[in-house]
Design a protein around this ligand. Structure first.
Ligand SMILES: Nc1ncnc2c1ncn2[C@@H]1O[C@H](COP(=O)(O)OP(=O)(O)OP(=O)(O)O)[C@@H](O)[C@H]1O
Ligand SMILES: [Mg+2]
Length: 362
């Protein structure tokens, strides 16, 4: 397999910028998930790597070769799409053999490649069946097999699991991960599902409006989001984000929320807040960094319970601070009622602060 280097990729459609100066390196054998909301440029980026869309500017390197001006067929990549479109009238075996026959691969080699791909993907017993005689997950494995027999330098996958039902998707995630580990394959995997990316990828490339927001391991992206976009995108439920102004009360910094709340910060968070460009900051806190009390407390914010959502394991408490929605969690043996007045405090070690103007982490 091979390393993939994207250098300053730009793709414009007329005056619209679909990919804005994206640079990153996928190491040999790495599984990188390209994630972001609909329309952020994931498929376009993948198509640029595949050679299916022409770069406006930038350079792409696969292994030691600059492939920017090469045809898709000469880039030594294999793509797996959401609509994997197997040939309905061909058997699984023939579906796998077809791309190899087209490339005039010798018969003996075709036989052995299919045998080893079928083994990795556990479809040896399905080779004589037609696609309609397969489950969705089995069809997906055949589509993967079709990419696998090509022995590519890189696998490019665009939402390959999105046509499957929820249960099968979870199962296929594990299978894809195993496939990646066994083959030591270099994979660029597009998904809009951050959870899928978190569970499968060695690294996540998070995009928004054509711009790469952060490129790091799932743990690093979760623990240290680079900006408010990443903070709100990664993690479920999403991190609570609250706008505030930096004010000073009797010499100490106090954050004043748009909804009238006040928050005094720890020393460490104080010095972070003092790095803000202006007076605006965004306070971030995940559900598990919030304590809820039925009684007023020093430095607590008044809130009202909006809805209570038990999940068996933990209970999510949906709150309103003024008009802003906040999600907190409590253990399943703690009870709150809708419309109850409560007071919330933040674990200062779990408080994130972002610059209100640049949205960057402070
Ligand atoms: N051929 C094209 N001509 C003009 N605009 C295009 C073209 N292809 C894509 N775009 C635009 O570029 C942007 C990025 O599209 P892209 O398909 O890369 O998004 P995506 O991140 O894959 O989204 P999704 O999750 O919905 O698949 C979108 O705004 C889209 O409308
Ligand atoms: Mg897409």
């Amino acid at each position: 397999m091979a390393q993939v280097k994207l250098n300053n990729l730009i793709k414009n459609y007329g005056s619209y910028q679909a990919v804005v100066d994206v640079s990153l390196t996928v190491e040999d054998g790495e599984f990188v998930a390209l994630v972001g909301p609909s329309g952020c440029g994931k498929t376009t980026t993948l198509n640029l790597v595949a050679g299916l869309a022409e770069l406006t500017s930038g350079e792409i390197q696969i292994g030691s070769t600059v492939v920017t001006d090469l045809d898709p067929k000469d880039r030594d990549i294999a793509m797996v799409f959401q609509n994997y479109a197997l040939y309905p009238n061909k058997s699984v075996y023939e579906n796998l053999a077809f791309p190899l026959k087209m490339r005039k691969v010798p018969k003996a080699e075709i036989v052995s490649k299919i045998a080893s791909a079928a083994k990795v993907l556990d479809i040896e017993h399905l080779l004589e069946r037609r696609p309609r005689e397969l489950s969705g997950g089995q069809q997906q494995r055949v589509a993967l097999g079709r990419a696998l027999v090509r022995d590519p330098k890189v696998f490019l996958m665009d939402e390959p699991l999105s046509n499957l039902d929820a249960k099968l998707r979870v199962q296929m995630r594990t299978e894809l991960k195993r496939f990646h580990t066994e083959l030591n394959a270099t994979v660029i995997y597009v998904t809009h599902d951050q959870l899928e990316a978190m569970t499968m990828a060695d690294k996540m490339a998070i995009m928004n409006r054509g711009i790469l927001q952060q490129f790091d391991t799932p743990a690093a992206v979760f623990d240290n989001p680079a900006n408010t976009f990443v903070a709100g995108f990664v993690g479920s439920p999403a991190m609570n984000l609250m706008n505030a102004q930096i004010t000073s009360i009797e010499g100490t910094i106090v954050l004043k929320g748009d909804d009238g709340w006040h928050l005094q910060l720890s020393e460490e968070n104080n010095s972070k807040a003092s790095n803000a460009t202006g007076h605006k900051v965004v306070v971030g806190i995940r559900h598990n960094g919030i304590q809820i009390s039925p009684e007023p407390d020093k430095n607590a914010m008044a809130a009202r319970v909006f809805a209570v959502e038990p999940t068996g394991d933990i209970t999510y408490v949906h709150l309103r601070v003024g008009t802003s929605p906040i999600i907190a969690s409590v253990s399943s043996d703690v009870h709150f009622d809708a419309n109850q007045d409560v007071w919330i405090t933040f674990n200062q070690r779990k408080v994130y602060l972002f610059d209100g103007e640049t949205t960057r982490a402070l």
